[in-house]
Write a protein that binds this ligand. Structure first.
Ligand code: PLP
Length: 466
């Protein structure tokens, strides 16, 4: 059978690319037009040999690839991929299992079940919680909030899956003014409304203020969902989850926690205090493709009430006979039916790391973020805007003689991006332009941090004098 040489070729090209990661410029070096030139044109009538397709693709792709899998990419909150997770992901593609039902892939179903129980244990979440393996934290937020919508309306005597929202009792949604945009999008997709959500004012670090939550909750009658956060995308800060969980209980509200990257802190005894109270929530969103360092797409939706989770996600169909042999059907817990068996990469990453390896990965990210903040803070006119409790650092640059720090900060970010030693992005924090550094790659070393800090300080000096 022809075509399998392409797999060898892909392996060679993949390893060659990975070998460039420590040294290549981190940001992209191309334009949309030159990529279109290299990759576009009309599709020819005749095909071409698979190995040549792979070679040509790898060559044309090269200038537009970002070294986000590498050790000095600090943009957004990205994370790389552990080699073992890439390897398991290759097998996942070769096996081409459909992780919809137990019967379509018994192994995929059981691997997800095992990975789910490991995750609940590692994160200190209720052992009876249900877990769905979704594409990312946005869909994990969607899934958790769908379960929430089901349950708060069920308690009000309404079946939202069958009867919709047109005549349902109104659902109050309490969010933070710092709620991640993907949770807000999920509220829109669920018909709960983006603008209808009631925002709670936050403190300096972006944490919901308990007095403000009380005030907003006092305006809520009937079904209520609270959406809190473990790990603010700018500061890394955590909402006061223990207090919020108590308030949720008093008001009979469902508490959803977006913990895309921050929830991983629960895997470390020295960081666990940050997520105190998280286990008291009703649902959680988590990413595996960020801090666990598995390939995209990999998010995890966890719900403390399996009945609500299942009711929101699944339905019976005549040709689908539910598994009767006590097996778990993956699609009961996700918005998708047919999908990639993404549990294999998660399983492989956890198995390779072990408890200690996961703990050390998370702790190392935090240590390296503090190291970066420490070096930058020792430089005159460089200000760290957040308490670096997790893996996020917000930096602001002040010109000599009191010029405009916003303009200088943006110029420093642009220069660092052009320089290519590392890559990071900008944000606006409480009205101030800031550089945003996220440390979430398994392979980042102290030397990477020092080299990157050197590049940042060099860019700052060049822009201050220029
Ligand atoms: C990244 C992130 C999301 C969105 O996750 P995706 O995996 O991109 O869908 C949601 N919430 C928080 C806090 C995040 O950091």
């Amino acid at each position: 059978m022809g075509g399998y040489d392409a797999l060898d070729r892909a392996r060679d090209r993949a390893l060659a690319f990975l070998a460039t990661l420590p040294a290549r410029p981190v940001g992209p070096r191309t334009t949309p037009a030159s990529l279109r030139d290299a990759l576009g044109g009309s599709l020819p009538e005749e095909g071409m040999p698979p190995e040549q397709v792979i070679d040509d693709l790898a060559t044309a792709a090269e200038p537009g690839l970002v070294a986000s899998a590498g050790p000095r990419y600090f943009g957004f909150v990205i994370g790389g991929s552990l080699p073992v997770a890439v390897a398991a992901d290759w097998l996942t593609s070769a096996w081409d299992q459909n992780a919809v039902l137990y019967v379509t892939s018994p192994t995929a179903a059981v691997v997800e079940e095992v990975a789910a129980s490991w995750l609940l244990d590692l994160l200190g979440l209720p052992a009876g919680a249900s877990v769905g393996f979704v594409t990312g934290a946005m869909m994990a937020n969607f899934t958790g909030l769908a379960a929430a919508r089901h349950e708060v309306l069920r308690r009000a005597g309404w079946d939202v899956e069958e009867d919709g929202l047109d005549s349902s009792p109104p659902v109050n949604v309490v969010v933070s003014e710092e709620t991640h945009v993907t949770a807000i999008i999920a509220l829109g997709m669920l018909g709960l409304g983006r603008r209808r959500a009631k925002p709670v004012v936050t403190d300096n670090e972006g944490r919901m203020r308990p007095d403000e939550i009380r005030r907003v909750l006092a305006t809520c009658r009937g079904p209520t969902i609270i959406c809190a956060q473990a790990g603010n995308v700018n500061t890394g800060a955590f909402d006061p989850l223990e207090e919020i969980a108590g308030l949720a209980r008093q008001h009979g509200a469902w508490l959803h926690v977006d913990g895309a990257f921050g929830l991983w802190a629960a895997a470390s005894p020295s960081l666990r205090h940050l997520v105190a109270g998280a286990a008291l929530a009703d649902s959680w969103a988590l990413d595996a493709h960020k801090w666990l360092n598995v390939p995209y797409d990999s998010g995890i939706a966890i719900v403390a009430h399996p009945d609500a989770h299942r009711a929101a996600m699944t339905a019976a169909a005549s040709y689908l006979v539910p598994s009767t042999n006590a097996a778990r059907d993956p699609w009961d817990w996700t918005p998708e039916a047919s999908r990639r068996a993404r549990g294999f990469a998660i399983y492989a990453a956890l198995r390779a790391l072990g408890r200690r390896g996961l703990r050390e990965t998370i702790e190392r990210g935090c240590h390296l973020a503090r190291h970066m903040a420490g070096i930058l803070a020792r430089t005159a006119r460089v200000e760290i805007l957040n308490q670096v409790a997790l893996n996020q650092v917000l930096v602001r640059f002040h010109p000599p003689g009191g010029g405009d720090p916003d303009a200088l900060t943006r110029a420093v970010i642009a220069r660092v991006q052009r320089d290519g030693t590392c890559w990071l992005g900008g944000t606006t924090w409480h009205g101030m332009a800031a550089m945003r550094i996220s440390v979430s790659n398994w392979s980042t070393t102290e030397q990477d941090i020092e080299d990157s800090a050197g590049a940042i300080i060099g860019a700052f000096r060049a822009e201050s004098n220029g």
